[in-house]
Design a protein around this ligand. Sequence first.
Ligand code: ADP
Ligand code: MG
Length: 496
Amino acid sequence: MEEVTGAQLIAEALKAQNVEYVFGIVGVPIIEVAMAAQAAGIKYVGMRNEQAACYAASAVGYLTGRPAVCLVVSGPGLIHALGGMANANMNCWPVIVIGGSADQNQETTGAFQEFPQVEACRLYSKFSARPGSLVMIPAVVEKAVRSCIYGRPGACYIDIPGDMVNARVDRKTIRFPSCCPPPPVSLASNHEISKAVTMLKQAQRPLLIIGKGAAYSRAENEIKELVEVSGLPFLPTPMGKGVLPDDHPNCVAAARSRALLQADVVVLLGARLNWILHFGFPPRFSPDMKLIQVDICAEELSNNVRATAALLGDVRAVVSQLVELLRLNTWLYPADTEWWTNLKEKMASNARISKALSLQNTLPMNYYTAFYHIAELLPKDCVIVSEGANTMDIGRTMLLNYLPRRRLDAGTFGTMGVGLGFAIAAAVLEKAQQTGRRVVCVEGDSAFGFSGMEVETMCRYKLPIIIIVINNNGIYSGVNTETWKEMEKMGDMTTM
Ligand code: ADP
Ligand code: MG
């Protein structure tokens, strides 16, 4: 009889589901899980804090469409990972967290690092479960993989009691479900597609908004076609940047506020009308704005603004549907409209302002000057990781993206401290594919501080990452000279 341990079952089940990366911190009771994962041919990356490990794992999910695992110990280990889970779930990025937990027969006794982990993870995930027995492990792993990538992507949690890790079972009693295929592709109804095309044809001031859902679904070719076929102006959200290059002639990012405010028909491609897009509300949007919304999540449709055309489906497939109908209609939004003139005027004047700021030679340097010179040195295909308050906001406009999924930032949850974990994930992937692409982290000083110890992880794995810290010596905008002197006098530098 051949026996397998719980640890081996987890590792082999992950391998069977094509999971390639585990990020984590080992300790009792999951040391054997990490070892079994490596034995199964899964790459294990040992990090310095579970939160950063979870950020890294979730970035792999976003960048590849296949989840990675964040492996943590019980109690505090799992609790540290919750920040990463929440961030992933808010961003709609797939990730699987696997947490060791107290032995089953010690539950409720005050066991070492005992915590109600399955319940704790419920708020931060789409699926949170503990396998009922060893034989259930492969099915639970498959369900976690499937749940995190099907429908709206998100986080999943699997709880493994310590005594399950080394328990053994006859291999003959185990059945491994086959590898879960990529999500089935869903299409919008023809009726809504026709409605959308009619709306576009009647629009005076149309605008496409490209979100990170479009980046995640790898809709770049389809969206490129849509822009070429329709001639529409587009605006990327922060992580939608690069789906089409920032220097594309139809990109109106430099006139963002005006484009949002004056558009009469907005086509929302995999982005939410949340705080990042000012909820779609006046005074940032026109009260008469009509919405064509594309999303994979039915519950998202009409959030904050009623969608006149609700295109429920995979953004990549739905954009193809739109392109097909637009082609049949041979309709093109003219390049000589008042709307285009208006947007181009604003872009030119904003470009003049940022150029003037960039060329100031004051000391200390302003953000624009710093970014202007950094941007000149960045290779076009590099991954840009960006976080911090002003560092990220101004970096968004000054550091251009030319390729999809090459910008990683604080995202929907506005999480600071994500940067180093994201950079590690990106560098691990680039290294595995031997692309030679650079990973560049542009960090505010306080954002860097949240996960600064992960620099050690980068060095230990010899990851070629460049970190640039924009140091304004403080959180948010820092303090002015007067205030600083006052604080120095009082000996109080604690708040910054
Ligand atoms: P951004 O930050 O760029 O505005 P959000 O994270 O707010 O992006 O929104 C992304 C949206 O994309 C979510 O509402 C999510 O449901 C949706 N989404 C994710 N994957 C797909 C997909 N394959 N097709 C369509 N929509 C998707
Ligand atoms: Mg700062």
